[in-house]
Design a protein around this ligand. Structure first.
Ligand code: UDP
Ligand code: MG
Length: 161
């Protein structure tokens, strides 16, 4: 089955900059389907679950401060090979390096060097599951079955048939 689900977060910097709608529109524009959405203020415990792979890294403290500094908009997005496609649209982790046309490349510009010197997280607006294994862990971490909806969009006629 090539229809995949992936977890996307508009991180606190994206919510506070009021660009969530423009970011969500990009996913709608390519025909991806929003199947779950909610606003969540992450605490330190939940940050450690979501970013478990990074807890021991030197940047974790700054990352935790950033992800807990305000509410995030959490989404599950569905579509054909959606995990890799969404990562492509999100762009490279460091905004300085992410290509124009990607979300991080178009909405941010800071570098690792700058964030490290300041001792802060790299504010790059958005999180997306890195691969199939991460998506399978992250979607159920954020959403239970009842919060994920199956419905038809106008795109389905062209995608599924
Ligand atoms: N991050 C950071 N400093 C670093 C590396 C990462 O602040 O040196 C932050 C950044 O916000 C990034 C998040 O930690 O999005 C998770 O890092 P990861 O390497 O998983 O990048 P992503 O999967 O988000 O592209
Ligand atoms: Mg990651």
């Amino acid at each position: 089955m090539m229809i995949e689900r992936t977890l996307v977060l508009i991180k606190p910097d994206g919510v506070q900059r009021a660009v969530a709608g423009r970011i969500i529109s990009r996913f709608e524009d390519v025909g991806l389907k929003l199947v779950a959405m909610k606003m969540v203020w992450v605490d330190e415990d939940f940050s450690k679950k979501h970013y478990a792979e990074h807890i021991e890294k030197p940047f974790y403290k700054g990352l935790e401060s950033m992800i807990t500094m305000g509410p995030v908009i959490a989404m599950t997005i569905e579509g054909v090979e959606a995990i890799a496609l969404v990562r492509k649209m999100v762009g490279a982790t460091e905004p300085k390096s992410s290509a124009p046309g990607t979300i991080r490349g178009d909405f941010a510009h800071v570098s690792y060097g700058y964030a490290d010197e300041k001792g802060i997280g790299v504010k790059n607006l958005i999180h997306a599951s890195a691969d199939k294994k991460d998506a399978e862990i992250e979607v159920p971490l954020w959403f239970n079955d009842k919060e994920i909806h199956s419905y038809k969009t106008v795109h389905d006629a062209h995608i599924l048939e």
